[in-house]
Design a protein around this ligand. Structure first.
Ligand SMILES: [Zn+2]
Length: 250
C-alpha cells in the first residue's frame, strides 16, 4: 500500500510541468514501491514492524522526487510516518491537526545550538518512567527533510514549530550514508536521524531495522546505478533479516 511519502511524491509529480529527471539518476523503468529498477527491487525485504513512536517528515519541495531520499525508507519501516511538503507561505491544515492531536508528544529534531536553550531537550521520556496516564503520549519526531540550508529555513520559518521542544541529537558515530556526498561525515541522512530518535524512544528493533534497511538500500541503489547485479544474500541482507523478522524466521 502506498505510504505518506509515496503519496507526496505522486502529488508533487502531478504538479510538475515537465518530467523530473534526477541528477545522475537513471532513466530506466522503476518499481513504484521502492523506486529502484525492477532487477534491483527490494520490496520483498521491507520490514514489518509496530512502533509506539511516530515520525512526521516535513519535506522540501523536490525532496520526495529524489531517488536518493531516505525519508521514503523511514515511511517503509515506521508504520506511523506522516509526510508533508513544506511551504513558507502555506501550511497544510492536516499537519496542524496532527501537531495538536493529544495522542502525540511532538519533538522537532534539530541541533540545539539553533534554538533557545529552554526549548532544548536531549532525551525522550520512556513510557515506563511515567506514572500518569495522561503523560503517556507517543513521541512524534518531526524531521526536516531537505538540504541543510532548506532544513534551517524550515526551522526558522515555521511558526507552528516554535512552541515545541527541540530534540538535539548527539550521535557518537559517523554517518554511513554514501549516496549524497555532503563532504562531511557528521551530516546524517534522514533515515539515520530517525534511527537515532527510535533509539532514544527505546525502540531498539525499529532503530536496528532502519540502520539495516538503509545499508541494503544503499547497496541496491549503487549497484543499480552502476548496472551491477545484486546478490540478495550478502552480509547487509542477512543483517536486515535478523533484525526485522521475529526469532525463528530469520
Ligand atoms: Zn520494488
Amino acid at each position: 500500500m502506498p505510504h505518506a511519502v509515496s503519496h507526496l511524491r505522486a502529488a508533487r509529480l502531478a504538479r510538475s510541468a515537465k518530467p523530473f529527471l534526477a541528477r545522475g539518476g537513471f532513466k530506466r523503468e522503476r518499481c513504484a514501491d521502492c523506486r529502484l529498477v525492477p532487477s534491483h527491487c527490494m520490496c520483498a525485504l521491507r520490514p514489518s514492524l509496530t512502533t509506539r513512536a511516530g515520525v512526521c517528515l516535513l519535506m522540501a519541495d523536490i525532496e520526495p522526487l529524489k531517488p536518493s531520499n531516505t525519508g521514503w525508507l523511514v515511511a517503509d519501516v515506521v508504520p506511523d510516518t506522516f509526510a508533508f511538503g513544506w511551504k513558507r507561505t502555506e501550511t497544510d491544515p492536516a499537519l496542524l491537526a496532527l501537531l495538536r492531536d493529544p495522542q502525540w508528544h511532538p519533538y522537532v529534531v534539530f541541533p540545539g545550538r539553533y534554538a533557545a536553550p529552554e526549548r532544548v531537550v536531549r532525551t525522550v521520556q520512556p513510557p515506563d518512567s511515567l506514572r500518569d496516564d495522561a503523560q503517556k503520549k507517543r513521541p512524534l519526531f518531526i524531521l526536516l527533510d531537505g538540504t541543510w540550508s532548506e532544513a534551517r529555513k524550515m526551522f526558522r520559518r515555521s511558526p507552528y514549530l516554535d512552541r515545541l521542544p527541540v530534540l538535539s541529537l548527539e550521535p557518537d558515530q559517523t554517518s554511513q550514508y554514501k549516496l549524497r556526498n555532503s563532504g562531511r561525515n557528521d551530516h546524517f541522512c534522514t533515515s539515520e536521524v530517525a534511527a537515532l530518535c527510535m533509539s532514544l524512544a527505546g525502540e531498539r528493533v525499529a532503530e536496528q531495522a532502519l540502520e539495516a534497511y538503509l545499508a541494503v538500500f544503499t547497496q541496491h541503489y549503487l549497484h543499480a546505478k552502476n548496472q551491477q547485479p545484486i546478490a540478495m544474500d550478502g552480509a547487509a541482507h542477512q543483517r536486515l533479516r535478523e533484525v526485522s523478522l521475529p526469532p525463528g524466521r530469520a
